[in-house]
Design a binder for this molecule. Structure first.
Ligand SMILES: [Zn+2]
Length: 141
């Protein structure tokens, strides 16, 4: 989910369709939220709600805009299924203009998870597992 540049497929493994669907939904939601966060952060530098003074805002706005553009995150706004784009793209964005909390991408990307949290087995137990053919899945702990 974190590092796939495309929809995740089962590769012929006996993985339930609803698990694959959930993996792809989680991947797409994470990238969608990341894109929103980046655009909101860029907007905050532009409208002056982030950055400690004019040069700080200008540098950070320009740096973020250029890095988003070179990573195909700016225009056109990427849309699901986000082909050729993975969630960990934010790790490639970097800036450390000067010593203020708004001048380092690391500070506002700290809320992002690395890697994404996995799915919960409990979400797929019960009726979905009862539909498996015998021997299609084997869980040992
Ligand atoms: Zn600053």
């Amino acid at each position: 989910m974190s590092r796939s540049d495309d929809r995740v497929v089962s590769f012929g493994l006996p993985i339930l369709t609803n698990v694959i669907v959930s993996i792809n939904k989680s991947r797409e939601n994470a990238i969608h939220n990341l894109v929103i966060t980046l655009h909101e952060t860029r907007g905050a530098f532009l409208d002056g709600t982030r950055g400690c003074y004019f040069e700080c805002r200008s540098f950070m706005y320009g740096t973020l805009t250029m890095q988003m553009q070179s990573s195909n995150l700016l225009s056109p706004n990427p849309k699901a299924p986000f082909l050729n784009l993975n969630y960990m793209i934010w790790c490639k964005l970097s800036s450390n203009f000067h010593d203020c909390p708004d001048a380092s991408f690391a500070s506002f990307f700290a809320i992002l998870k690395d890697p994404l949290e996995g799915l919960d087995l409990q979400d797929f137990t019960g009726s979905s597992l009862e539909n498996l053919s015998h021997g299609a899945i084997c869980m040992h702990y």
